[in-house]
Design a protein around this ligand. Structure first.
Ligand code: GLP
Length: 263
């Protein structure tokens, strides 16, 4: 795991977007793993700007989103399909047929989850996975106790997650689904490269657990310690609970890959 702590949320966001942009320029037919949430809105805004100002081309790539609510139609503004349409898909030149978001409306959800894994495999797997963090340590919607080997499946949402996401449902908890479809922890770990973006004081505890804590299925993000090519980008606010800060600063100054990113 490599760690970059940026002075503020703007710089953290721009760095995550730049890593995505560089990967897309280097491998135009890359398969991107995409995330939702408030943190990612600014990343997608930066990618849209790169498309408009610098001709960043999405026409050869594929995308697979991490998750979707069960029982929320793709046409509903609360769906992650609609989120992706609003923030990215409708604003860049990606082909609609190249975008994949789990289907939370399928009658046979288990079969549809298996189909998602198959489609991912057929595309050669995820080349670069963008990840956010839930305050309970979830990645995608892999809530506490998700197996590190789990695959795309239906999960029951943690009450804390439903509470955190209620603002997307007219601030009405009763409207927030109890279930979601998510890529598994094992599915996420199969990505060739992972970029985690976590900003704000509310993520400080889980950032410290993810980077320094023991591996535990109670905090899915700790599984990322096992990934050989995982970059974590935070702002100062999300880095306050780290106890190895001096060593992390030392690495930022002397690690060649991090120096390349920061130059
Ligand atoms: C949702 C998504 C997660 C995302 C999280 C973070 O729960 N399922 O994939 O990481 O939101 O959200 P935010 O960026 O709004 O804190």
């Amino acid at each position: 795991m490599k760690i970059v702590i940026c002075p503020n949320v703007e710089q953290a966001t721009l760095l995550a977007a730049r890593v995505m942009e560089d990967a897309l320029r280097q491998t135009p037919d890359i398969t991107l793993g995409l995330a939702t949430g408030r943190t990612m809105e600014k990343v997608y805004a930066a990618l849209v700007q790169a498309h408009r100002d610098r001709g960043l081309d999405f026409s050869h790539c594929q995308s697979f989103n991490l998750d979707e609510y069960v029982g929320i139609s793709p046409s509903s503004t609360q769906s992650y399909r609609a989120y992706m349409h609003t923030h990215l898909f409708s604003r860049v030149n990606i082909a609609l047929s190249a975008t994949h978001v789990p289907d939370g409306m399928a009658t046979d959800l288990a079969a549809r989850c298996a189909g998602y894994e198959k489609a991912l495999h057929a595309c050669g797997g995820v080349g670069l996975q963008l990840l956010g963090l839930g305050e309970n340590g979830h990645i995608g919607f892999n809530e506490p106790f998700s197996a590190f080997t789990s695959r795309t499946r239906v999960v029951t949402l943690d009450p804390a997650t439903r509470e955190q996401n209620r603002s997307m449902f007219d601030d009405d908890l009763a409207q927030v689904p109890y279930h979601a479809v998510t890529m598994g922890v094992g599915t996420i770990l199969d990505a060739r490269r992972i970029v985690v973006l976590a900003t704000g004081a509310a993520k400080a505890r889980v950032v410290a657990d993810m980077i320094e804590g023991p591996l535990t299925a109670s905090i899915s993000a700790t599984a990322l310690q096992m990934h050989a090519n995982c970059l974590v980008i935070t702002d100062e606010a999300a880095a306050t609970a780290l106890t190895r800060r001096a060593f992390i600063d030392h690495l930022m100054q002397h690690d060649a890959e991090l120096q390349g990113l920061l130059s």
